[in-house]
Design a binder for this molecule. Structure first.
Ligand code: SF4
Length: 195
């Protein structure tokens, strides 16, 4: 198991992550209130548009059921200049995040962890299907057009991403992510439940 987990972190880095860590799945914190933010006081512009976002995902309750079955999880982060995070380049980085976690999920399944599940950040609709009027899964009950690379956002499952970063050994402060000065760095993170 230890060797398989180490292999998965190496693959995450090979796919483009800045770093990757192994954590206990039980240490991931979920919060119903965080999931509710997708359609809270300020509704996310992607709310309801894709199969991988609320209300089409099963949310924190289902995540906790998967969490119970999984002993370990792989976390990934991509570090980037804050100036990129707040520019058009952000989309490319977010797409890469989806591709990394989907790639690690595939490797985990190939390694015998057949139920492994990956979670990224940001809605897949503007990242992969911007030119399509609708998400074909939601609108037409068809398979996802980008099944090999698009994954659900952690937000819809109420995953506490700041806590996830800290548990991974990458300490962050809530406020740091929102700075945009020339010297500031930023990050995005993803997660693969291995089981
Ligand atoms: S079809 Fe497009 S919008 Fe729908 S889940 Fe797949 S990537 Fe997301």
């Amino acid at each position: 198991m230890k060797a398989s987990l180490a292999y998965l972190t190496q693959e995450a880095i090979r796919f483009g992550a800045t770093d990757s860590a192994v954590i206990s799945s039980g240490d991931i914190r979920t919060d119903d209130d965080l999931a509710a933010l997708c359609n809270g006081e300020y509704t996310c512009p992607s709310y309801g548009l894709a199969a991988s976002c609320p209300p089409h995902v099963q949310g924190p309750e289902q995540f906790r059921k998967w969490q119970e079955k999984s002993r370990y999880a792989i976390t990934v982060k991509i570090e980037l200049p804050a100036s990129v995070m707040f520019s058009d380049g952000r989309k490319e980085v977010m797409r890469l995040l989806h591709q990394i976690v989907a790639g690690v999920e595939k490797k985990a399944i190939e390694s015998g962890f057949s139920q492994s599940r990956a979670f990224a950040g940001g809605s897949c609709k503007p990242l992969f299907c911007e030119k399509n009027k609708t998400c074909c899964v939601v609108a037409d009950n068809l398979p996802c057009r980008h099944i090999d690379e698009a994954r659900p956002s952690m937000s819809g499952f109420g995953i506490d991403v700041i806590q996830l970063m800290n548990t991974s050994g990458w300490p962050v402060e809530k406020t740091k992510q929102n700075k945009g000065g020339p010297e500031d760095s930023s990050w995005v993170a993803g997660l693969i439940l291995v089981f």
